[in-house]
Write a protein that binds this ligand. Structure first.
Ligand code: NAD
Length: 345
C-alpha cells in the first residue's frame, strides 16, 4: 500500500468516531509509519465508537472521549503522547441542524479549531518561541509536524449550472451557518500559518458517501426510506447538484496530504462526479428495485418537500492540484459505490 513514506509518529485524529473520521482511523492503522493514534472525540449524537469495532483491538489506537474545546485535555494529549501530526475532523457537520441551532457549530467548529491551533502552536514551538516554523523540519527524534484541517467545498458557496467548478482560489462565500463556521475555522488556520508559521494544510472535500454515515444524511435517508417503505423526502424539485466522493477516496487523499502535502497549501478533493439530488434518488431506487423486488418501484415513494432555506444550487470541484501534485485520483465510480453502500446498509 502506497501511503506514508516518512514516519508519522504519533497522530491525533479529532472526530474519529464520526463518519469520515472512523474511515480515516481504519486507513491510518493500516500504515506502519503510524506508531500511536489518539482519537479525540466527544461522542456527540453523531459519534459512535462502534464504527471502530473492527480495529478496537489494535494496541496503537487510543480512544479519548473528550471535547476539542477543552484546552487542558488537548495540551495533555499533545505533550504526553508526543503528537506530531494532527488531522482535524471533529465538527458539527449537518447543515439542517446548523439552521435550527447554530450555537453548537460556532462552539465546536470555531472555538474548537482555535483551541487546537493554540495548543499545537505551544506544543510545537521550540524554546518558547511563538514562531513554530521550525516544527515543520523535525529532527532525528521528531518527525516533521503537520496540522491537516479537514474542511469542505461548502465554504465557497454555490455555483450556477455551467459555471466553472471551484478551485483553491475561489472566493469564500458560505451560505449556511455550518459553512460559515467551517469558513471561519479555515481563516483561523490560514492566519496561524501566516502569523506563527504553524505547519498547516487545508483540504476541501466535496460531498462524501459510503458506509457508516449517520442516518440523518441524504443518502442514508433515501436508503432507509426504501427499506421501511416510507416517503423519500426530496428538497424543492430535486435539481440541486452535488459532486459525490467516496469516503475511502477522501481518506486516501488525506493520507497523501499528511505524507506529502505542501505546508501552507490547500487542496480541493472532489469526485468530479456531479449528480442532481433527484437523479441520486432515482439510481438508489433502481438499485433497491433489483435488491427488493417486492417493494418496487421504489420511486413511487418520492415526495418533494419545502426547500431548505439558503439551499445551495450546485457544488462542483476541480481537483487538478491534488491530482497533479500528489498523484491522487478517486478510484470509485458513483453508481458502483452506491451499490456497495446499499449492500452495507
Ligand atoms: P460527523 O458528524 O459524522 O462526525 C463528527 C465527529 O466529531 C463525531 O464523531 C462527533 O462526536 C465529533 N465531535 C463533534 N463535536 C466535537 C467536539 N466538540 N469535540 C470532539 N469531538 C466532537 O462528520 P463527518 O461527516 O465525518 O465530517 C467530518 C469532517 O469532514 C467535518 O469537519 C466536516 O466538516 C468535514 N467534511 C465532511 C463532508 C461530508 O460530506 N460528510 C464533506 C467535506 C468535509
Amino acid at each position: 500500500m502506497e501511503g506514508i513514506e516518512h514516519r508519522a509518529g504519533s497522530v491525533l485524529v479529532t472526530g474519529g468516531a464520526g463518519f469520515i473520521g472512523s474511515h480515516l482511523v481504519r486507513r491510518l492503522l493500516a500504515e506502519e509509519g503510524v506508531d500511536h493514534l489518539v482519537n479525540l472525540d466527544r461522542l456527540t449524537y453523531a459519534g459512535d465508537l462502534a464504527r471502530l469495532d473492527d480495529v478496537a483491538e489494535d494496541p496503537r489506537l487510543e480512544n479519548v472521549i473528550g471535547d476539542i474545546c477543552d484546552r487542558d485535555l488537548v495540551d495533555r494529549i499533545l505533550s504526553t503522547r508526543g503528537i506530531r501530526t494532527v488531522v482535524h475532523l471533529a465538527a458539527e457537520s449537518h447543515v439542517d441542524r446548523s439552521i435550527a441551532g447554530p450555537a453548537e457549530f460556532i462552539r465546536t467548529n470555531l472555538t474548537g479549531t482555535f483551541t487546537l491551533l493554540e495548543a499545537c502552536r505551544e506544543a510545537w514551538s521550540r524554546g518558547g518561541d511563538a514562531d513554530v516554523r521550525d516544527a515543520d523540519v523535525g529532527d532525528a527524534d521528531d518527525p516533521p509536524a503537520r496540522f491537516v484541517h479537514v474542511s469542505t467545498d461548502e465554504v465557497f458557496g454555490d455555483l450556477a449550472v455551467g459555471d466553472p467548478p471551484f478551485t483553491e482560489v475561489s472566493p469564500y462565500a458560505p451560505s449556511s451557518p455550518y459553512a460559515a463556521s467551517k469558513a471561519g475555522a479555515d481563516h483561523l488556520v490560514r492566519s496561524y500559518r501566516r502569523t506563527y508559521g504553524l505547519p498547516a494544510i487545508i483540504t476541501h472535500a466535496s460531498n462524501n458517501y459510503g458506509s457508516h454515515q449517520h442516518p440523518e444524511k441524504f443518502i442514508p435517508t433515501v436508503i432507509r426510506s426504501c427499506l421501511e417503505q416510507t416517503p423519500i423526502p426530496v428538497y424543492g424539485d430535486g435539481s440541486n447538484i452535488r459532486d459525490w466522493l467516496h469516503v475511502e477516496d477522501h481518506c486516501e487523499a488525506l493520507v497523501q496530504v499528511m505524507a506529502r502535502g505542501r505546508i501552507g497549501a490547500s487542496y480541493l478533493v472532489g469526485g468530479e462526479d456531479e449528480w442532481t439530488n433527484l437523479d441520486v434518488v432515482r439510481v438508489l431506487c433502481r438499485i433497491m428495485d433489483a435488491r427488493i423486488p417486492a417493494g418496487a418501484p421504489h420511486d413511487r415513494l418520492i415526495r418533494f418537500v419545502t426547500d431548505r432555506p439558503g439551499h445551495d444550487l450546485r457544488y462542483a470541484t476541480d481537483s487538478s492540484r491534488i491530482r497533479k501534485a500528489l498523484g491522487w485520483v478517486p478510484t470509485r465510480d458513483f453508481e458502483s459505490g452506491l451499490r456497495a453502500t446499499v449492500e452495507w446498509y
